[in-house]
Design a protein around this ligand. Sequence first.
Ligand SMILES: Cc1cc2nc3c(=O)[nH]c(=O)nc-3n(C[C@H](O)[C@H](O)[C@H](O)COP(=O)(O)OP(=O)(O)OC[C@H]3O[C@@H](n4cnc5c(N)ncnc54)[C@H](O)[C@@H]3O)c2cc1C
Length: 385
Amino acid sequence: MERKLPFQWQHNEFREAFGAFLDKEAVPYYDQWCEQHMVPHEYFEKMGQAGFMAMWVDKKYGGAGCTADYLYTVIKAEEYSKRGLNCIFSRLSGDVVAPYIAEDGSEEQRQKWLPKVVKGEVVLGVCMTEPDHGSDLANIETSAVDMGDYYLVNGTKTFISNGMVADALVVAVRTDPNASKPHRGISLLIIETDREGVSRHLIPKIGLQAQDTAEVSFENVKVPKENLIGQENRGFYVLMHHLEAERIMAAYGSIGTVEHSLSLTADYVKQRKIFGAPLSSFQNTQFKLAEMYTEYNLALNFLDNVLLDYMAGKKDINTECSMIKYYTSELAFSVADRCVQMFGGYGICTEMPIARQFCDARIMRFMGGTTETQMGVVAGGLGIK
Ligand SMILES: Cc1cc2nc3c(=O)[nH]c(=O)nc-3n(C[C@H](O)[C@H](O)[C@H](O)COP(=O)(O)OP(=O)(O)OC[C@H]3O[C@@H](n4cnc5c(N)ncnc54)[C@H](O)[C@@H]3O)c2cc1C
């Protein structure tokens, strides 16, 4: 189906170059990274050297200056998904977390961090979730007490993507325990992971094996005041401001997974013979694939439209962003499930790429805000209370 996104020759050249980069620097090592439960720091550095990290960053901070051209980020998402590389969270560092610093940080913070993120020398992550506060983000408890020229940070964050590999984390902390409403007492701090009192451990999980997900603890960590992003107690608003872009990008990750599951399955059913005939010749197979390709195209079309609205600066697309975030993640899992069924017993063998798709897709329904959280936003946007 013809895409509505305005890809130009520059984008097409970029797609080719980035795809070739992945074939050389990621695909051959991916199984090993899954076993190690981590994408190594060197990969981010290679991406930086090749000029693929945070391309939107202004040229004065070392970027390519492709500000607001989200098509490059979309292409990266699609090229990763096409190869089943669902675990490489370079976009989290360069395209999701770095914008907090670029848009809401101080000039000193921009100069300090952005060039290093662009080069891949620094990997970033974001810490919102806590063991007792996931969906109810506004009630986080990690404390940052004002000690004059520094904050003293105590608390634990969990399910942190890039948690082990990250050099610095943007951490949501409570700076005003007496705020009139809980979300009004939250601030964002940049915390270097080599600071005394920061400890991390990996969380084993059923999918996204190469994506390091960590629990990060802060015990009497001294964080200089200059590491505060934006104004004190305005952190929640900064997080919300970036949510639309994050949900759109999460949706491109999920829809890419749908496409990859379908392409793996379309190939398989043509090769697999049952009762002396290709599996593809049975009407059930044809109907199921027809149904799933239709769902895929409908979702992709809607997603591309949301992105076009976002790039055009259209306001009030929060509802649509949540709709497409949850819908694509649910579709990724439901399609992977239906595809596994077509592989029969082979579908659950861990060495089969479709099995990996299935496990990875299960997690997408949580990451970046659960389906139920998104549905709450949608219902609110529709005025259903
Ligand atoms: C692989 C992975 C990577 C992640 N990466 C990050 C990261 O980098 N940084 C970060 O901060 N967090 C990260 N998260 C955390 C993720 O954002 C949380 O898992 C998510 O916000 C849900 O929080 P929770 O897991 O505590 O579930 P809970 O909040 O305990 O939710 C439990 C269940 O209740 C449902 N629920 C929520 N609200 C309602 C409601 N109003 N009514 C009914 N049911 C409801 C939820 O949808 C869910 O099904 C990651 C999670 C995973 C799994």
